[in-house]
Design a protein around this ligand. Structure first.
Ligand SMILES: Cc1cc2nc3c(=O)[nH]c(=O)nc-3n(C[C@H](O)[C@H](O)[C@H](O)COP(=O)(O)OP(=O)(O)OC[C@H]3O[C@@H](n4cnc5c(N)ncnc54)[C@H](O)[C@@H]3O)c2cc1C
Length: 383
């Protein structure tokens, strides 16, 4: 019994998947345990990813990137998450959640300064929007950037910032005017700025191999050239970048689910219960078959959202919200059922399904919670 996807990728994307899978088998899987213990992937791995062209797919070729399409980025997210959610999110945050802000909204100088190092994996980026007092409501952020001569001073605290402890550059959202979503600007802040400090790594339920921290901005001085994009247009920039972020988180869910399903099928074929392989019991076979359907449904929604984002379809935001909502929930259900197939050994810390179970949970929270996706969809219903 296998549960391979039936969505037909074209030859180029199939070849890309094969090359990413090969990279993951050779370079990522061997360092998963060590990264979980260290709380971050080895720096060398990010550089290997950069050398393999895996960090710059979202950057147009004219700026030195790979100019990949959304489907390629989904394939990358799926394959990385099959090995490790924490390593996947580390790479996806720098390459696909923070870097696109620079490639899409940066000036020529900002692009020239930051993109080459980020694409090569020599440098790491993070995106700091969430605060202790507000997450879902991005328009409610209170971190302030006050104009001071030719400079800005940033004051405030950011929370749950992935890659904060390993980042060279922070894309920071701050308030530059009082009025809600119309008063937010994003800034580029370099690590080492004396006004920027970090909390200790946060101890999390999952994503143990990703670094997540509080970021404190205390009179953090940046030049006016650190403004990323347009003054007071940061909210719109963040919302635009969210579409890619949400699709990639959905795709990570597909990766966790596919990996666990495959492992569960194999385990059920080997494991004897009451004198026969578990897979010979119809209850187990049907459970796995139903999970396969769930995975494929989530995959179709996610791939459709990607196609819409690629073609600038007017229904992109709806398709993305559906994909993020459904794939995150489906992934959680699938990994949970796979833990069940493994019985007691599925509950052991070192079992991969247990790690996927822990890693998948945050997909219903990060990048916009289930409830926020439903809110997007409810607005789309009109009425
Ligand atoms: C491991 C991890 C990594 C993260 N990485 C980053 C990062 O790199 N950068 C970054 O900026 N942020 C990051 N985040 C933050 C993440 O995006 C937020 O946690 C998320 O958006 C939810 O915000 P919140 O935690 O403040 O919850 P809240 O917004 O306080 O929500 C609490 C609950 O209320 C619900 N709720 C909120 N509004 C509504 C509503 N209108 N209707 C119904 N229910 C509602 C939510 O769905 C949720 O269930 C990360 C979070 C985690 C856990």
């Amino acid at each position: 019994m296998t549960a391979s996807p039936t969505w037909d990728l074209d030859e180029d994307h199939e070849a890309f998947r094969a090359s990413v899978r090969d990279f993951v088998d050779r370079q990522v899987r061997p360092v998963v345990d060590e990264s979980e213990r260290a709380g971050r992937p080895p720096a060398a791995l990010l550089k290997e990813m950069g050398s393999a062209g895996l960090l710059g797919l979202a950057v147009p070729e004219e700026y030195g990137g790979g100019g990949g399409d959304m489907l390629a980025m989904i394939v990358l997210a799926e394959e990385l998450a099959r090995a490790s959610g924490g390593i996947a999110v580390t790479a996806l945050v720098t390459g696909y959640m923070a870097m696109p802000h620079i490639s899409q909204f940066g000036t020529g100088e900002q692009r020239a300064h930051y993109l080459p190092g980020l694409i090569s994996g020599e440098k790491i980026a993070c995106i700091a929007v969430t605060e202790p007092g507000t997450g879902s409501n991005v328009a409610g952020i209170t971190t302030r950037a006050t104009a001071d001569g030719g400079e800005f001073r940033l004051n405030g605290t950011k929370m749950f910032i992935t890659n904060a402890g390993i980042a060279d550059v922070f894309v920071v959202a701050a308030r530059t005017a009082p009025d809600g979503h119309r008063g937010i600007t994003t800034f580029l802040v370099d690590a080492g700025n004396p006004g920027l400090s970090l909390g200790q790594p946060l101890r999390k339920m999952g994503w143990h191999s990703s670094d997540t921290r509080e970021v404190i901005l205390n009179g953090c001085q940046v030049p006016a050239t650190a403004v990323l994009g347009e003054l007071n247009r940061g909210f719109h920039q963040i919302m635009a970048a969210f579409q890619l972020e949400r699709i990639l988180l959905a795709a990570m869910g597909l990766g966790h689910a596919a990996e666990c399903l495959q492992a569960a099928i194999s385990y059920a074929g080997d494991r004897e219960v009451f004198g026969s392989p578990l897979l010979s019991f119809q209850a187990a076979r049907h459970r796995l078959a139903a999970l396969w359907v769930e995975l494929e449904a989530a995959q179709l929604l996610t791939y459709r959202a990607a196609a819409r984002l690629d073609s600038d379809h007017p229904g992109t935001a709806i398709a993305v919200a559906m994909a993020k909502y459904h794939a995150a929930i489906a992934a959680n259900r699938i990994v949970d059922e796979c833990v069940q197939i493994f019985g007691g050994s599925g509950f052991l810390e070192e079992t991969p399904v247990a790690r996927h179970f822990r890693d998948a949970r945050v997909l219903r929270i990060g990048g916009g919670t289930d409830e926020i996706q439903l809110e997007v969809l409810a607005k789309g219903l009109g009425g």
